[in-house]
Design a protein around this ligand. Structure first.
Ligand code: ADP
Length: 558
């Protein structure tokens, strides 16, 4: 139920447009009823050979309803879809803005494909919520009332017959279909999400799967999920057919019952004969509003399952809680002090960092070294406020890190990480991400420092070259240098190089270390490395052991 309320709350601001679309939907079906009823009346009247003038209003009526039906249908589709897509846009923005503060810490348990599926498929599924869940019953109800009132003006028995079959078709068939289709909506969402997550995994890991010979297994899994999805969709299609058949059957039964009831009335002279065909066809065409009803429960189930998936993720609390009342502060100096910092990812997990103490003055360069798994990247994640720490203190420029807004903290750091993401865009666009206002000269200067400029110059389109998905058109070393250039362009007071020279050839690596002073340009720098190359260029060293404890701390002593 909370999911239903949440979905209603999301669509509620658009209730005026939705009411207008429902009104046009009613007018469309009413025009159809009018068209068939007036046509029947015209034929019945014409059979009596009256002067043509008597038929003129009916001829105009047929033309009017024929045209109005198309116009109203167009307006209904236009308004309902425009509103629905507007709602979906808002849901997407809402979901993304909830997702952003959760990355990376709180989302580490989710597969990328699952998140993608939520953002694309589940949001898309919600379009049914208004179009196929909320609107059809409203239209059907108005048609029921108007048509019954119209029939009652001629004969109450006919109105009651219509009411009975209409309600039976409008409530009985959906109940029957609900029993038969129970759970299919939920399963459809589940299987679609699983299939998408699996496909994203496959595409991302295609090279590894081919190299390690697991392609077959993944293909089998894809086929299995695909078969399941087709099975569910087949089941759904079969039941849609059954629902349409049942509704059609009840519409025809209404038609026959009308004839059985009305013919004696005509014989007795209680009903004028020319109205017979009109009333029968009016009742029959009123059933058009019933056809979408049987699948409401399935669509509702699907919308609720999709909504639940979205809400579950948006309800996750970010690792680092934002405090709305951060005092305004401006960093005066790029110093860093860490006092007695200990951290573990979870209460039940071992400590990753233990009692870390560190003092870094503005412009100093620190090398953090230690074996793999010692907690070097974890320390950086804490500095960037991706994870919350309980024990110890971190001061940035004299301010307690926790008293600064996480966004502001991140703006003080330029980071080259081990898995820097490059976008499928041009070299220049990737660089501008760090500083959208950068001038061409600044871009070139950053690339020269990162030893990338000469290579870019050799490309036929230079800085306008597309580098492909994740920069795959570049070599590992070129990607890394692009990441370094991007970090340098950001020009933040702190620079973090997390295994930044990985993937570089020995010559370039040595050259970069030689020019470290030029590259870092007075920024307070933290260099994470497990190699000792270039260490003579740093001022301090923090050596961690595999338990995340300090083995050596202080100025470099050579
Ligand atoms: P390093 O950068 O020194 O190689 P990390 O900081 O990446 O080491 O990892 C330190 C330890 O923390 C490792 O034992 C690793 O398994 C663990 N760890 C890293 N990230 C997470 C996480 N998101 N959740 C739980 N444990 C993690």
């Amino acid at each position: 139920m909370p999911v239903l309320f949440k979905l209603l709350k999301l669509v509620a601001p658009n209730w005026k447009a939705m009411a207008l679309a429902t009104f046009f939907s009613f007018l469309t079906i009413a025009s159809n009823i009018g068209l068939l009823a007036v046509s029947a009346l015209l034929i019945a009247r014409a059979a009596l050979h009256p002067p043509i003038l008597y038929l003129m209003p009916l001829i105009v009526g047929v033309r009017f309803f024929g045209i109005s039906r198309a116009v109203f249908r167009y307006l209904e589709r236009y308004i309902s879809h425009k509103t629905t897509f507007g709602i979906l846009k808002e849901i997407r923005v809402w979901f993304y803005s909830c997702l952003e503060p959760l990355a990376p810490a709180a989302l580490s348990g989710y597969r990328r494909g699952e998140l993608l599926s939520n953002l694309v498929n589940n949001v898309e599924t919600l379009k049914h919520f208004y179009l196929r869940v909320l609107a059809p019953p409203a239209t059907a109800l108005v048609i029921l009332m108007v048509t019954s009132a119209f029939l009652a003006r001629f004969e109450i028995k006919l109105a009651l017959t219509f009411f009975f079959f209409y309600v039976l078709a409008g409530i009985g068939t959906p109940i029957l279909i609900k029993i038969l289709i129970s759970g299919v909506g939920q399963q459809l969402v589940k299987v679609t999400t699983a299939l998408n997550a699996h496909l994203v995994d496959c595409i991302q890991g295609m090279t590894e799967l081919t190299v390690f010979g697991h392609k077959e297994r993944y293909e089998q899994e894809t086929r299995k999920l695909g078969k399941k999805l087709v099975g569910l969709q087949g089941h759904e299609a079969g039941l849609t057919g059954l629902a349409n058949t049942l509704t059609g059957l009840l519409a025809n039964l209404t038609l026959w019952t009308f004839l059985v009831l009305a013919i004696p009335l005509v014989e007795k002279g209680e009903l004028e004969g020319i109205y017979l065909a009109m009333l029968v066809l009016a009742a029959y065409s009123g059933f058009e509003a019933i056809y979408p009803l049987p699948l409401i429960t399935k669509n509702l189930e699907e919308s609720l399952a999709a909504g639940k998936n979205l809400i579950q993720i948006t309800a996750i609390q970010p690792q680092v809680q934002e405090n709305l009342a951060y005092p305004t502060c401006q960093l005066q100096e790029a110093s860093l002090r860490i006092e007695g910092l200990s951290f573990r990812y979870d209460e039940n997990e071992p400590w990753v960092l233990q009692n870390i103490n560190l003092e870094l003055l503005p412009g100093e360069r620190l090398a953090i070294i230690g074996p793999s798994g010692a907690g070097k990247s974890t320390l950086i994640n804490l500095l960037l406020r991706f994870w919350e720490y309980e024990k110890g203190k971190i001061y940035l420029g004299g301010y307690d890190l926790k008293s600064l807004p996480p966004e502001l903290v991140r703006s003080y750091f330029s980071v080259v990480s081990q898995q820097t993401h490059l976008f499928n865009a041009t070299v220049k666009e990737n660089l501008l991400l760090a500083k959208p206002t950068a001038t061409p000269e600044e871009i070139i200067a950053a690339c020269q420092k990162a030893h990338l400029h000469d290579f870019i110059e050799t490309l036929p389109r230079g800085y306008e070259t597309y580098i492909g998905e994740k920069g795959l058109k570049l070599s590992g070393g070129q990607r890394q240098r692009l990441a370094i250039a991007r970090a340098l362009l950001k020009d933040a007071p702190f620079l973090i190089l997390d295994e930044a020279t990985n993937g570089l050839d020995a010559v370039t690596e040595r050259e970069l270390w030689q020019e470290l002073a030029k590259i870092t340009g007075g920024k307070t720098t933290l260099i994470i490395t497990h190699r000792l190359t270039g260490l003579e260029k740093v001022d301090k060293i923090l050596r961690l052991n595999e338990k995340g404890q300090i083995k050596e701390n202080g100025p470099l002593s050579y």
